[in-house]
Ligand binder design. Sequence first.
Ligand code: HEC
Ligand code: HEC
Length: 278
Amino acid sequence: MLLLTFLFINHKVKSRFNKEYQVSVQTIPIPTDDASINLGKHIATIKGCGDCHGQNFSGQVVIDDPAIGFLAGPNITRGKGGLLSRHKTYTDEDYVRAIKHGIGQDNKTLKLMPSYEYNPLSKKDLGALIAYLKSLPPVDNETPPIRLNPLAYVLTHFDKLPLVAAERVDHSTQSQEEVLPEVSAAYGQYVAVSCTGCHRDNFQGGSAIVPGSPDVPNINSSGNLGKWSEAQFIQTLRTGITPEGKKMNAKFMPWKMTKEYTDTEIKSLYKFLKSLPG
Ligand code: HEC
Ligand code: HEC
């Protein structure tokens, strides 16, 4: 019975991995000037690309677990083992398809890549991000290919492991020209997409995202945050220590990423989260 159930799950999940997506990829202008490349570097930092692709983007192990398997964010520089080793060419359209849609050159889903967080990026921010990636010095590093063990299939089947990147994206969303960085709840909402992968779309949190990590707290006005001043919120996101004295592990709550947010980004997040009713 168990074996049959597993074979069924295995089959279902494999067909989700093998589904071919035909999306029309929006043309995003890719600038080459220094200001844009600097903006792109900031976007890469606040979106946490380095958490999975490594701080120099030459790849990094994300999951290495006997039951789940092995998953590394691949080398996305142009060095050995990077984009041009795995693909014959890598065009601007390929970057957009991967980052905005979570889809690879073969039109199949990328695994684990959190593209639903990047899908709403404005043309300006996405273009700058790609400009920055293209400016990266090539680094030679080969990461082993993704290998999934039975538990990965079971967890994926029950939506306990976010492996099917393309499924979580609304592929019809068109990027708007630009979202102006100004202290406002609207800008906070744009930034807060990065929190939804763990704190959920309603920011009310829920059970742990990956096995072994803590439950995710509510961060709208009915949670602790409702009692915090703006200064306390800023301190929490920059130090990983909450006003209640909880020291958060950066592996589970990515405060090493949020500590790089500008004042405008954090203040906007505060305005937005405070504006959400319980
Ligand atoms: C949670 C981990 C994670 C984060 C964060 C992440 N990625 Fe990825 N990314 C992956 C994995 C894993 C793959 C490989 C998926 C596969 O091969 O199925 C990937 C694939 C890619 C690819 C396609 C590579 C190829 O050869 O097709 C690009 C480009 C990319 N990521 C860019 C980015 C950028 C830019 C960011 C930040 C905005 C980012 N990633 C954030 C995990 C991540
Ligand atoms: C990778 C998952 C993940 C992401 C992404 C994430 N968080 Fe968290 N966050 C957590 C977890 C897990 C905790 C609980 C940590 C603990 O208990 O040690 C937490 C805790 C917090 C807390 C403390 C709440 C309290 O009541 O103590 C705040 C505030 C917070 N996160 C804000 C944010 C914001 C803002 C973002 C987006 C910019 C964000 N988080 C993105 C996982 C995440």
